[in-house]
Design a protein around this ligand. Structure first.
Ligand SMILES: C[S@@+](CC[C@H](N)C(=O)[O-])C[C@H]1O[C@@H](n2cnc3c(N)ncnc32)[C@H](O)[C@@H]1O
Length: 401
């Protein structure tokens, strides 16, 4: 593992640039061509083609094993994954705050208390809290209860502000909700230099704006877990740090979705719906390509999951009406089978991209951390909970020196 953030970033940057052909793929569209895109790497193609459906499933659920299997074909994975090692902070249940957790799912509560604990550790008595994009402000309430220091909870949705304020008042906590837009200039007024800002799962632009405000207004600290990197107004990622800005790695919105492809909390029903929907879409596309002789995918609008249970024929008829398709729907059993084969091919291809999800996320996280370091903060990276509680488990903490 690298000693400094900038070293970690540079190693990731170089390794991700050199392996773009493996992770900049869109498995759904690639599976249409049926041949694997890495024909130069015959051994890798052979390994993927020989995987049985059960093996694909198993590797999808076990990224460490997957990386181990793919490393002989893509040796750079070793170096990429070495940069993903982070100190993991222990979960704790030692705080008597269960009365605050009423109505919050267990997993969410674990995240709140784990993150709250890390923020508390660097807390100073002259410091206030700012909870960014607070939702109902559970984290802020936990911090207020623990520290008895004032919290400002900033949130866009009026209804969440009202509900959060009512909860805080009920527990007689020193929390004040402020309704506003985190992306507007107007929100500058909520920042004070004696604040420590906290943000649990703030999306793309929301966490990027927070980092800029923290740096420009010299807040005393920040504890942040970033999320949904693709939720940005620009078409592509705008790096925050100098090293990031100079990088040759340009990430589109599609690329920014890669770290979020994982659905560890999805469950069997979600999995079944996804398989059915993909099979239907790919099956219909095979049929359309056969009749029109064209090679590009025909986009079909999104469909209610409940409609999938009515079968492939119903899906094709619905899609035909939606898109005014000039196609005769015949031999549908055959085309459904073809869709199933292409689905399996897509799953094979996705395994390669899966091995790059965390390294890409680390690159993004390091860019944010470097921006804070550039502004003079002591910055640390860690994981604040296990990945089965949330895969978005990276914590960036910045403390005024
Ligand atoms: C992913 S949720 C996280 C909420 C909370 N921190 C949590 O973990 O439960 C993001 C929150 O950001 C809020 N939000 C979205 N856009 C916003 C904006 N432009 N300004 C302020 N808040 C915004 C949403 O309403 C939502 O409550």
């Amino acid at each position: 593992m690298c000693e400094s953030l900038s070293q970690r970033f540079s190693v990731l940057d170089k390794a991700l640039i050199s392996t773009q052909e493996f992770w900049r793929t869109e498995p759904f569209h690639l599976s249409i061509n049926e041949s694997l895109p890495w024909q130069a790497d015959l051994d890798l193609c052979e390994f993927l083609i020989n995987l049985e459906v059960e093996e694909i499933e198993q590797l999808k659920g076990d990224t460490s094993k997957l990386v181990e299997c793919l490393t002989p074909f893509i040796p750079t994975l070793t170096c990429l994954w070495a940069q993903c090692e982070l100190e993991s902070l222990p979960l704790t249940d030692e705080y008597d705050t269960h009365h605050l957790s009423v109505g919050i799912p267990g997993r969410k509560w674990q995240q709140i208390t784990a993150m709250g604990k890390v923020a508390l550790q660097v807390n100073r008595s002259d410091q206030n809290w700012l909870e960014w994009c607070a939702g109902k402000g559970y984290l802020g309430q936990w911090l207020a209860q623990q520290s008895q220091l004032p919290v400002v909870s900033f949130e866009w949705q009026e209804s969440l502000c009202v509900a959060g304020q009512a909860l805080a008042d009920k527990h007689q906590l020193p929390v004040t909700f402020v309704q506003g837009d985190a992306l507007s200039d107007d929100c500058r007024k909520v920042f004070k230099s004696n604040q420590h800002a906290v943000a649990l799962h703030a999306c793309g632009d929301l966490h990027a704006h927070l980092i800029e405000h923290v740096c420009q207004q010299n807040l005393s600290g920040l504890t942040l877990s970033p999320c949904c990197y693709h939720l940005i107004q620009d078409d592509a990622y705008q790096a925050l740090s100098t090293l990031g800005k100079h990088s040759q790695l340009h990430l589109s919105k599609t690329d920014l979705r890669i770290p979020l492809q994982e659905t560890v909390t999805g469950g069997e029903r979600v999995k079944r719906h996804r398989e059915l929907e993909m099979t239907y879409r790919l099956g219909l596309d095979c049929l359309l390509q056969d009749v029109s002789n064209q090679q590009s995918y025909t986009p079909i609008p999104s469909i209610k999951k409940s409609q999938l249970s009515q079968g492939f024929a119903n899906f094709c008829q619905w899609a035909k009406e939606q898109r005014n398709l000039d196609v005769e729907l015949k031999e549908l059993d055959y085309w459904q089978q073809r869709g199933q084969e292409r689905f399996i091919q897509m799953e094979r291809l996705s395994l390669v991209q899966q091995a790059f999800r965390r390294p890409l996320e680390m690159w993004l996280v390091c860019d944010k951390a470097l921006r804070l370091e550039q502004a003079g903060y002591d910055v640390s990276l860690s994981t604040f909970c296990q990945r089965d509680i949330t895969p978005r488990n990276i914590l960036i903490q910045a403390i005024e020196k």
